[in-house]
Design a protein around this ligand. Structure first.
Ligand code: TEU
Length: 594
């Protein structure tokens, strides 16, 4: 069984700083605004705060394009504010984890400016510069066919030197060359600087992308709808990633009792992922994987964020079950998240936005999220039941660079193909329909603190529109209501600390093919503690729920000693199970079996 560690039992809370809390009237969140809310987070049950990037940045990608790793962007405050935030956390025994974005920098970072300045600059090799070629039509073509994450080529042409530089994301985000030891040393030095200043660790952005296939070979055609092709294994999860992480551990991390989680989109199976977090490998404590969040995405399409309205609960369960069973078996540790700043809200995906069903389904999703294996990551707004952007909002409310590029990309493609204006308008309506369900913007609307103007988020005009529902759905109206979504979250986070089978126990899925119930056992073989989780995730028409019956006996569960420990449907704590369970819409229960 897994060894006890503080970071396994901790609750991590992700703050998306632009949308968290403004202390004045700037219209975007600030560090002093975060400091005001530290006691709030402690009250909720948070142990570790992870801050999405607050460094100096031109904000092409909301700070995931950093121009100075050791400065705070003035929109968020100053280094002194950061020191104060660190103290506010540490005084309460809480930790503060920073975002480390070193697969790429901003194109406005001094390193890149130097690198770009000439072919002979000592920093030329800090980024990937390559020659293109001329095709038979006499056109200039990039060094290979890789598609950037948000469309187009991963290569940007630089006229002055007649070479291209690599950017897996936007062209404002050139990839750093991790094969260059000077780059690695510069990154390590910067990491030590933050750790010495009191940062408690890092969340490492797309850390599994830092090693690229030598020679940059073309990617196979896997998406017939686009010219450029996903780089996939040519730049994801390559062996060099592990070499670099081991060196990072040796040169930096081993000297600190810090907490590091890598972000690893794409990639392979649990066995491959376990390599990052196996203690004997000396890499990271855990990594995020993305496999469980693809269940409602259309796989191939002209747009990178297509939605599949016919998704199945059993498909979702199957992926979750595989990872929570197999990753621990392989010796890895799970970082358990369902929402973040790059995802629509899980509540709007597997739960319900319907006014009559929202609260109950938010609680069911909370029970689900909080009873999975590993270390839990709560994203701001989960605790008060925030949902995706309203259907009525137009294209202009979508601010994310990915969404903007999707709209632009579709318009350009249709114009190229000679479509009429009416056809373009129709298609853009379709794109909007997809993004309504899938866009990253959905997780980025401002925190809804209270029912005052702008939801108490800011006294100024918010950078992103506040959800229309904030008068009913805000922290203040829920904090003191024992039945609320917020109180339920608080109770569930406390429950994790009381029943360690939730953190360390085996995950045993039941009735895997059911499209209605999600049922599983969490069993700690060392302590003998055994919990049963039963969720009604059945969906009726128009995002409503459906009452169901769950027959535990037919699943082979011995319920003779069952004792209810928490429920969202009014069932009495302490009650047992006799016969099939009747679960009302979105009912969720946790029983102690022994
Ligand atoms: O995201 C990495 C990533 O690949 C996806 O999660 C991303 O949302 C992509 O658009 C999938 O279509 C990280 C950050 O979390 C994200 O905010 C950044 O934009 C990205 O890296 C680049 O730094």
């Amino acid at each position: 069984a897994s060894q006890r560690r503080w970071w396994k039992e901790s609750t991590v809370y992700q703050i998306y700083p632009a949308s968290f809390n403004d202390h004045a009237d700037s219209g975007h969140g600030t560090l002093p605004g975060i400091i005001e809310r530290v006691p709030y987070l402690q009250e909720l049950g948070v142990d570790i705060i992870w801050l999405s990037p607050i460094y100096e940045s031109p904000q092409a990608d909301m700070g995931y394009d950093i121009s100075d790793y050791q400065k705070i962007d003035p929109r968020y405050g100053t280094l002194e504010d950061w020191d104060n935030l660190r103290d506010a956390c540490h005084e309460r025994g809480m930790k503060l984890v920073m975002d480390l974005v070193v697969n790429h920098s901003s194109n406005e970072h001094a390193w890149f400016k130097e690198s770009r300045s000439s072919k002979t600059n000592p920093k030329r090799d800090w980024y990937y510069w390559r020659k293109g070629s001329i095709n038979e039509k006499g056109e200039r073509v990039p060094p290979n066919n890789w598609e950037a994450m948000w469309g187009g080529s991963t290569w940007e042409y630089d006229e002055e030197s007649d070479e291209y530089y690599l950017h897996l994301f936007a062209k404002q985000q050139p990839d750093l060359n991790w094969l260059n030891p000077e780059v690695r040393e510069a990154v390590y030095k910067m990491m030590r600087w933050w750790l010495d200043r009191g940062a408690d660790g890092f969340r490492m952005d797309v850390i599994n992308f830092i090693d690229k296939a030598p020679g940059f070979p073309d990617a196979p055609t896997t998406n017939p709808y686009t010219v450029y092709q996903p780089f996939g294994p040519l730049s994801v999860g390559r062996p060099g990633v592990h070499t670099h992480l081991k060196e990072m551990h040796e040169k930096v991390l081993k000297d600190y009792d810090c907490f590091c989680v890598g972000e690893c989109p794409g990639g392979d199976d649990p066995e491959a992922f376990a390599q990052y977090s196996k203690p004997e490998n000396n890499e990271l404590q855990m990594v995020f994987n993305f496999h469980h969040l693809g269940f409602d995405r259309a796989r191939t399409s002209t747009i990178g964020r297509g939605w599949n309205p016919d998704w199945k609960l059993s498909d979702f369960k199957q992926v979750v079950n595989t990872w929570h069973v197999d990753l621990p078996k392989e010796g890895g540790w799970m970082s358990n998240y369902v929402d973040n700043h790059d995802q629509p809200r899980l509540l709007s995906r597997i739960g319900s936005d319907h006014p009559d069903h929202r609260a109950r389904s938010a609680q069911a999703v909370a029970v689900f999220h909080t009873t999975l294996t590993g270390t839990i990551f709560v994203f701001q707004g989960q605790e008060n039941g925030q949902i995706n952007m309203p259907h009525s909002w137009g294209e202009e409310e979508y601010k994310d660079i990915e969404s903007v590029e999707i709209f632009e990309g579709e318009r350009e493609r249709l114009k190229r193909e000679g479509a009429t204006q009416a056809e373009i308008d129709e298609r853009i309506k379709w794109v909007l329909g997809n993004l309504r369900e899938t866009a990253r913007d959905n997780g980025r609307t401002p925190m809804q603190w209270d029912s005052s103007e702008h939801a108490g988020f800011s006294k100024g005009q918010p950078w992103m529109r506040v959800h229309d529902d904030y008068k009913q759905w805000n922290v203040k109206s829920q904090e003191n209501d024992k039945q609320s979504v917020w109180s339920f979250w608080q109770a569930m986070l406390a429950l994790r600390k009381k029943h360690l089978a939730i953190i360390y126990g085996k995950f045993i899925p039941l009735d895997e093919s059911s499209e209605e119930n999600y049922t599983y056992i969490r069993e700690d073989e060392d302590t003998g503690e055994k919990l049963l989780v039963v969720l009604n995730l059945a969906r009726g028409p128009d995002r409503t729920g459906l009452p169901i019956k769950v027959d535990l006996a037919s699943m082979g569960v011995d319920t003779s000693n069952a004792q209810l420990i928490i429920a969202n449907d009014g069932a009495e704590v302490g009650s047992g199970i006799s016969g099939p369970l009747d679960l009302d819409n979105w009912g969720a229960r946790v029983y102690l079996l022994q």
